[in-house]
Design a protein around this ligand. Structure first.
Ligand code: EPU
Length: 428
């Protein structure tokens, strides 16, 4: 097992290229199940979630070619193999296999998903949608069983705005009979990306990116070629890196419009930001001011950038309040930041950060993906060396993190953990 070592305090400068969006990739790959002929997805990120989904498609009989960042899936010989255990439990997005397999085979058995622990993460809205389309859904020993004689379009109002439920219902509905209307749908760019792939496959979808999506079911879907959108959360993370430790960082291959809420907040903090069609420039860090942040569904401030931004706010003058309205327990990075000398307390769903403080290198543990990003940013800001364990979380979502940061002039490397360190981690 490896840990990440970061020697903090080096100024960062240069260009970093953003990879394809993780949260699109994990839906686009299962979506290929719905076609009858090969689908190519270009620009996938090199992350472990993508690798696991590739393995799962092969487990159900798909032929998958994956080289560099492009994946071609031939779904023609896939079967509705039950997947109650094993790799499905390694990532939360394996729930997209439910919608896709239900859409294609009218049945699926999928183990309840794993993923980051950020508080309760129910999938009741996904299930409500599948049932409305005519599926019988049961939970048997930790696996969801879905069966339908036929799927019929329905009007589905989501009680909670959910990215996963919106995409999953789209996946199940594209081959249902008749019209499905999803009301109170999520509007994230990843939903538009999935709808674009499905449309290229022959689906009839209108309104993706608004809160009402209309889907007219078709009998068959065919292969196509699709290029994934850039990862707005990875881009946002590097923008925060630039603000935290930069002397001018250019983020390339990004859609600035997807990051308006972060751009506005960074500017409010006093960070200099310039944008063009597909790049964001983050100027040299000056004195930063405290700001308040409330996470909201898109286009509000993304919960996925709340943790990385908390690290940056430790260096801002004054008191900042970060409130997460999406997840109740997305503050596991705070204790670790405190070990690094941060002055933060958590009250209910808010973190209150007093700054500026000079962070100090320490041994810290990433409890989830974005907590990992937050600790890396803190490590870059800190005096001395920071050791981050829990790398398996970071590897789920950040493509070539070490290479990209070293490319900007950081001093960061992976190191094998000793037996004693692994023992200590197990007992912690
Ligand atoms: N919710 C329900 N019932 C449901 C579904 C969701 O109550 O059936 C609640 C959740 O508990 C949460 C809120 O609704 O409080 C939003 O959840 P959503 O379904 O939108 O989240 P998700 O689809 O499970 C995706 C991303 C997350 C990101 C959230 C919110 C993927 C694979 N994951 O999760 O990304 O935080 O949307 O934007 O797309 C990450 O990348 O680090 C990550 C956790």
């Amino acid at each position: 097992m490896e840990k990440l070592m970061i020697a903090g305090g080096y100024p960062l400068k240069g260009t970093v290229r953003i990879s394809g969006a993780k949260n699109s990739a994990v839906a686009l790959i299962p979506a290929t199940i719905l076609a009858e002929s090969p689908v190519t997805i270009e620009g996938l990120p090199d992350i472990s979630d993508v690798q696991i989904l590739k393995d799962l498609l092969e487990e159900i009989g798909g032929t998958v070619e994956f080289s560099e960042n492009d994946m071609t899936v031939d779904p023609s010989s896939m079967i509705s193999m039950p997947l109650p255990n094993g790799k499905v439990k390694k990532l939360r997005a394996s729930y997209y296999l439910m919608g896709a397999m239900l859409g294609r085979f009218k049945k699926a058995v999928i183990g309840l998903p794993g993923g980051c622990h950020l508080g309760p993460r129910p999938i009741d809205q996904h299930i409500k949608g599948f049932e409305a389309l005519g599926a019988r859904v049961t939970n048997e020993q930790g696996a969801i069983y879905l069966r339908a004689d036929e799927l019929r379009g329905a009007r589905i109002y989501l009680d909670v705005v959910s990215v996963g439920a919106t995409i999953n219902i789209m996946l199940a509905a594209v081959r249902a009979k008749g019209r499905t209307i999803i009301e109170n749908a999520a509007k994230e760019p990843e939903i538009i990306d999935v709808a674009t792939l499905l449309t290229n496959m022959g689906a009839k979808i209108k309104g993706a990116g608004t809160d009402v999506i209309r889907i007219d079911g078709v009998d068959n879907l065919h292969g196509c070629q699709h290029t994934i959108i850039p990862d707005r959360i990875e881009a946002g993370t590097y923008m925060i890196v630039g603000a935290a430790a930069g002397e001018g960082v250019l983020i390339d291959n990004v859609i600035p419009h997807h990051l308006e809420s972060l751009i506005a907040k960074l500017r409010e903090m006093g960070v200099q930001i310039e944008t063009n069609d597909d790049q964001v420039f983050v100027g040299p860090a000056e004195k930063m001011k405290a700001v308040d942040i409330k996470t909201l569904v898109y286009p509000g401030f993304p919960t996925d950038l709340q943790q990385p931004l908390t690290s940056l706010l430790t260096g801002a003058e004054g008191t900042s309040m970060v409130t997460d309205t999406i997840y109740s327990a997305r503050f596991k990075h705070i204790d670790e930041l405190r070990r690094m000398n941060a002055n933060i307390k958590v009250e209910g769903r808010s973190a209150i950060i007093n700054g500026p403080v000079q962070l100090q290198g320490a041994k810290v543990k990433a409890s989830d993906l974005r907590a990992g990003a937050a600790l890396v940013i803190a490590g870059l800001m800190a005096e001395g060396v920071t050791e981050v364990t829990g790398l398996e979380h970071i590897d789920r979502g950040y493509s070539h993190l070490v290479e990209k940061l070293n490319g900007l002039g950081a001093t960061i490397w992976r190191e094998e953990m000793s037996k004693e360190e692994m023992e200590q981690m197990k007992n912690a």
